[in-house]
Design a protein around this ligand. Structure first.
Ligand SMILES: *Cc1c(COP(=O)(O)O)cnc(C)c1O
Length: 498
């Protein structure tokens, strides 16, 4: 199995090279040259497997340059040894009729990013050993909240790596900030940036490509890499849980082997839903993929009209991990749907960077819509969904999951489609206690200490508080650095002590 770039089809590299590099030199994203196919028998054979064995079965097909020992080491390290609070890793909860919630937040940071970021450090260190030269990898992250913590937790004390996380000083939730500044580990550092997420993100991107910075790192035998979802090593672990969900639904009798399902995904950077698309291409019987957005509904418009236009108002919502107007992984879908055409992708991405806008043909849109449906939920609808699902089913969900539930309800009503459906739940409600409490109380706002609000939410709902959140209360703050966005490269040297 080889990988190529969405913007240069002449590239042909191994999975280890794709993972170690992160992004292609000309700015394209790495994609598999062909997509492996699973027969119905092969899928049926996964039903009685553990999550770890299901993961090996899927990953083996994509990481053909990894030995069986290497694959075992990576997968068992990531998903073994009580790293996840649920033995199922990603359990399915049937709440009503066709609605099956896939809970992806039982990892150490209580957001779905753990599903990939627990595995990525293993994939990255094995890849680096194969492709490079004993260099220490420096993971540089700009985060709006969930990725930073999940990456810190994944890379903490991993040999031959260091991780530096920059977050916007006023741009993350109090709980997200607490999770990051109390991070343990000898190879980690966290710094607030005076600016917003875009400022931090652009500064990180320019540090990545700054020749002087790279030279100084190279002198110390270090090199940068990326832990966000442009890295293939973040996407491939996410394919696994769609197979796993299907197997669990066969096991619990929701479907029979071979039956079709739908999947509804609360979407920001298009990574999670793209993983479901790969699962479908591999033979998992998925009928529709429903892309759910919040008020930042650039993807809803694209999937309905074929016009992608980021020139619009940016909303700060109660589902901040989906507040995004440039959805990076859509580039990979455009590459595959467009017939693996690098020139086509290049022209669209050029239009996006120059005009903030592009349009695809009606024929291509029709192809996309054979698989994808889309919708969005406004803020009041998100609140209303949290409240109604708790009252009706006793099921407490976070704001991001509520977006998906609302969009699914509308999809089911509009189409009459009663196919058993997997709805991704991407964060614990306790990461967003304030918003969830406010929603349950019909809009009456809460504003007290994060832990008081978590206790209040527990009193109200009796949903258990995840241990990683409860234990934060006892943890000391380790990082109080703040820097200006123009001083981030100096901060990188300071934190790396070089
Ligand atoms: C990152 C994130 C999303 C969006 O996932 P994408 O793969 O970027 O589409 C949704 N919900 C939560 C809680 C997240 O952290």
């Amino acid at each position: 199995m080889f990988y190529t770039s969405t913007r240069d089809s002449s590239i042909k590299i191994t999975s280890a090279q794709a993972i170690a590099k992160g992004i292609s030199d000309e700015g394209g994203l790495f994609v598999p040259c062909e997509i492996p196919c699973f027969s119905a028998e092969k899928i049926a054979s996964m039903v009685d497997m553990s999550y770890i064995d299901r993961a090996k079965t899927v990953l083996r097909e994509f990481l053909t340059d990894f030995s069986e020992e290497e694959l075992n080491y990576c997968v068992e390290g990531a998903y073994g040894a009580d790293k996840f609070s649920s033995p199922a890793i990603a359990p399915i909860v049937h709440i009503d009729g066709a609605k099956n919630i896939l809970e992806l937040w039982h990892g150490p940071t209580c957001a779905f990013k753990d599903m990939a970021l627990q595995l990525l450090p293993y994939l990255m260190t094995v890849s680096a050993k194969k492709t490079a030269d004993g260099k220490t990898i420096v993971i540089l992250v700009a985060t709006s909240g969930d990725t930073g913590k999940a990456a810190l937790e994944g890379f903490k004390d991993v040999d031959k790596t260091k991780i530096l996380v920059f977050y916007p000083v006023d741009g993350v939730s109090p709980m997200q900030k607490l999770q990051m500044v109390t991070q343990e580990g000898e190879n980690v550092a966290v710094c607030a940036v005076k600016g917003n997420f875009d400022d931090a993100q652009s500064a990180v991107k320019s540090i990545f490509t700054d020749a002087e910075v790279k030279r100084r790192l190279a002198e110390k035998n270090m090199a940068f890499s990326s832990a966000n979802s442009i890295n293939w090593g973040r996407l491939v672990p996410q394919i696994v849980y769609y197979f796993s969900a299907y197997c669990d639904m066969i096991k619990n009798g929701s479907v029979k082997a071979g039956d079709v399902i739908n999947a509804v995904v609360p979407t920001g950077n298009f990574g999670n839903i793209l993983a479901a698309y790969y699962a479908k291409k591999m033979g998992l019987p998925i009928k529709k993929l429903v892309c759910a957005s919040n008020s930042n509904n650039v993807l809803t418009d694209f999937l309905c009209t074929g016009v992608y236009d980021k020139n619009r108002r940016f909303y700060t919502t109660t589902s901040p991990s989906m507040d995004i107007l440039i959805s990076s992984n859509l580039e990979r879908l455009l590459y595959h749907i467009g017939g693996n055409d690098d020139n086509f992708v290049k022209s669209l991405m050029k239009a996006l960077s120059e005009k903030g806008k592009y349009e695809i043909s009606k024929e291509l849109l029709a192809d996309i819509r054979e698989t994808f449906d889309a919708g969005f939920a406004a803020e009041d609808e998100v609140d209303e969904t949290i409240k109604s699902h708790f009252e009706k089913y006793g099921y407490l969900c976070d704001t991001h999951t509520a977006v998906a539930l609302k969009v699914y309800d509308e999809y089911a009503k509009r189409t009459g489609d009663g196919t058993p459906t997997v709805i991704d739940s991407t964060a614990s409600p306790y990461k967003f206690s304030k918003s969830v409490l406010t929603a349950l109380n019909g809009g009456k706002s809460f504003d007290s200490d994060e832990f008081e609000m978590a206790d209040k939410l527990f009193e109200t709902t009796k949903a258990p508080i995840p241990a990683p959140i409860a234990s934060l209360k006892e943890k000391a703050v380790r990082f109080t650095n703040v820097c200006g966005k123009e001083n981030m490269s100096e901060m990188v040297f300071e934190l790396l002590k070089i």
